[in-house]
Design a protein around this ligand. Sequence first.
Ligand SMILES: Cc1cc2nc3c(=O)[nH]c(=O)nc-3n(C[C@H](O)[C@H](O)[C@H](O)COP(=O)(O)O)c2cc1C
Length: 343
Amino acid sequence: MATPRGVNEGTRLTTGAHRFSVAPMMDWTDRHCRAFHRQLTRHALLYTEMVTAPAILFGDRERLIGRSDEEGLGALQLGGSDPKALAEAAAISAGYGYCEINLNVGCPSDRVQEGRFGACLMAEPELVAECVAAMQARVDVPVTVKCRIGIDEQDSESDLQRFIATVAQTGCRTFIVHARKAWLKGLSPKENREIPPLDYDRVYRLKAQHPELTIIINGGITDLIAAAQHLGHVDGVMLGRAAYQTPYVLADVDRRFFDPAAAVPSRIDAIEGIIPHIERHLASGGRLNNVVRHMLGLFHGEPRARLFRRHLSENAPRADATIATLLEAVSLVDPSWQPLAAE
Ligand SMILES: Cc1cc2nc3c(=O)[nH]c(=O)nc-3n(C[C@H](O)[C@H](O)[C@H](O)COP(=O)(O)O)c2cc1C
């Protein structure tokens, strides 16, 4: 069996840690997804789904923000707009070992707007600054912001400049910028990830105007060649959908962006690496599908990928599904594979 790849790389962000990250994605980048992605890259910074501050204050914390050391570097994304609640939630979260607390200023969903947070906060830079300052006062890990290039009619370059400059006055040094605006009325969150055009140049100019800030670009980046090109202009790239839907793209991240000597894990390495995590999850009463639903795209583009995906989609949701279901799926895609024969 391959060496487990989920080795803890420490909980401190080092310079350059933002060169490559996987985006926060609700319902997608849960702890199982992150454990799986960690089999493919030791160095990428992995973001949680957004968790709201009230959920952390009043909810089941272990379920919402619990994490294991094997996840390695992990950043927690918070949603909210009440400085006191965010500060308290940040302090609690930092105690769970996250290396960064990120504030969501990019989500356009109606539910989030009703709570007056997410992307609509781009209209209130002073409030965002207040939230960030309150969080910074309670944690000793960096507090960062993920935003859009604009919202609604407030989408000029000077609007973005004012937003960033106001928030940066708190000492916030790292901004992740989804390079498209959000229309808060009329578009669904999904449409808001597709319809407003991408404007990478605006993010590049932001970096040029603020060399002192760490600027991470996000939106529509589908492969590592494009990621490398962006790194000629900004400090880091963040992949969302591509990392989730075609996770094997992550396998070359370490070698390309962090350590030329890093090994490139095979798909089978990733499967073998995640098995101990699945075993622990099943032993604690969890379901196979909680983990393997994030793995459906692993063989994307490979012959027989469909067999792997279909076998898991049809069989993993069963309450009594075990590791055997995953191993069967692997045998379909790679008939020569001997499941853990050496064990
Ligand atoms: C299913 C899904 C859920 C998302 N949830 C969040 C979230 O919780 N917080 C956030 O800041 N962005 C969220 N996003 C937006 C992504 O983080 C990212 O900004 C967006 O998908 C653009 O990047 P991409 O083109 O690489 O996917 C979500 C995106 C998707 C597809």
